[in-house]
Design a protein around this ligand. Sequence first.
Ligand SMILES: Nc1ncnc2c1ncn2[C@@H]1O[C@H](COP(=O)(O)OP(=O)(O)OP(=O)(O)O)[C@@H](O)[C@H]1O
Ligand SMILES: O=P(O)(O)OC[C@@]1(O)O[C@H](CO)[C@@H](O)[C@@H]1O
Length: 303
Amino acid sequence: MIYTCTLNPSVDYQIDTKQLELGTLNRVENTAFYPGGKGINVSRVLNNLDVESTALGFIGGFTGTFILEKLHDEGIKTDFAIHDEPTRINMKIKTAREETEVNGNGAYINKEIQAQLIQKIKSLNSNDYLVLSGSIPSSISIDIYNTISSICSENGVSLIIDIPNRSLKDLLTYRPFLIKPNQREISQILDREVNTKQDAIKGAKELVQLGAQNVIVSMGGEGAIFINESQIVTAEVPPGKLKSSVGAGDSLVGGFLASYFKEKDYRKAFLYGVASGSATAFSSDLCEREEVEQLISDVLLTI
Ligand SMILES: Nc1ncnc2c1ncn2[C@@H]1O[C@H](COP(=O)(O)OP(=O)(O)OP(=O)(O)O)[C@@H](O)[C@H]1O
Ligand SMILES: O=P(O)(O)OC[C@@]1(O)O[C@H](CO)[C@@H](O)[C@@H]1O
């Protein structure tokens, strides 16, 4: 079974507007609410690609209820540790020129609720995959990434890590099955600029040497690279019109896992992941299966 763990979920309030001016009243064209947070997005993408998962993490308040209802409506299983304070609302503002995100710092999670989640993660076993994704609420110690990774390592759970944090480097000793930093994140981890695919390949090799079994570096509209001990694959994205890149990275992870789970083929999984990321970038919400499959033949892989 695949599990996703979102320590800091969100309701994503998506705003489409011609322009945004600070310091004055802006009236906008379109708005929409989506269940958000990186692991939750992975669960939604897996579900769209006909792969079952259970969404774990912390959730609470009226925003938490909204997320749970949406996930259950879509047929996604959940097993969150529930707290009192509302889950955060993140603003995703798309103008004709650029995308702006305003992410909250997250709800207060007490020690008892934290322990409840850890207990759930302890019940996973070597047949399971856990996708540990996204930031942590500011009330939680960064050590929680370490705690979860070490439990997975002890119990043989295949761990996928996508966290926006330098501490990813320290988690590589747990030999995660997959990590997916984007260009900005790998630059931070390595403490140097990663600008080109060649830079990303060099950096990802270092992360494999430090313990990652597989590394994908996502580079937005420039595509992505995939590396493990025996393979290096680069991908160019298919042509299309960017609608919203929110969740594109999560879709890459979800698409990769959906394919790998069924076929156990890294190259095919990477291809499917890149097509999923782009399909999300070309739509308002997360990708649907038909959208992904239409793009597959336009993704250019180089081995
Ligand atoms: N403008 C784009 N055009 C085509 N494909 C895109 C575009 N932006 C993203 N993608 C696809 O999505 C994948 C992941 O994108 P990106 O590197 O932006 O992830 P990310 O920074 O983790 O995103 P997020 O945090 O919003 O989920 C890319 O590798 C690519 O396949
Ligand atoms: O603040 P974090 O946890 O780093 O990222 C949260 C977030 O920006 O990531 C998802 C897109 O990847 C959104 O659904 C969500 O709002």
